[in-house]
Design a protein around this ligand. Structure first.
Ligand SMILES: [Zn+2]
Length: 102
């Protein structure tokens, strides 16, 4: 997938999650450059900007990573980063991706 394709995917889900008032940009980064993570989103709620980084050739499909990071953005301010949050966000990601694949 190209960076353009990635950002098209981000735009599609940004609309579905009603996050159009955020400026969200995504890019692929080399494997290993995010430490233990495969995808990360740097969220700046004051400016409503998000810089998303996804490892090239991620283990799960790119779309799931995009959705996962956007659920983080959607719930920003409602959740505190902890292990339980990740579990809930993974559950919501699977539910959303599955729902739109039907
Ligand atoms: Zn996460």
């Amino acid at each position: 997938m190209t960076t353009k394709g990635l950002n098209r995917l981000v735009g599609k889900w940004q609309k579905r999650m009603r996050l159009q008032d955020w400026e969200i940009a995504a890019e692929f980064v080399p494997p290993g450059s995010l430490g233990d993570s495969v995808a990360l989103a740097a969220v700046e709620p004051d400016y409503r900007t998000v810089q998303m980084k996804i490892q090239e050739d991620p283990p799960a499909d790119v779309e799931s990573h995009v959705v996962h990071e956007l659920v983080h953005v959607r719930l920003w301010g409602w959740t505190a980063p902890n292990d339980r949050e990740e579990g809930d966000i993974n559950m919501l990601t699977v539910a959303l991706v599955d729902a739109y694949r039907r």
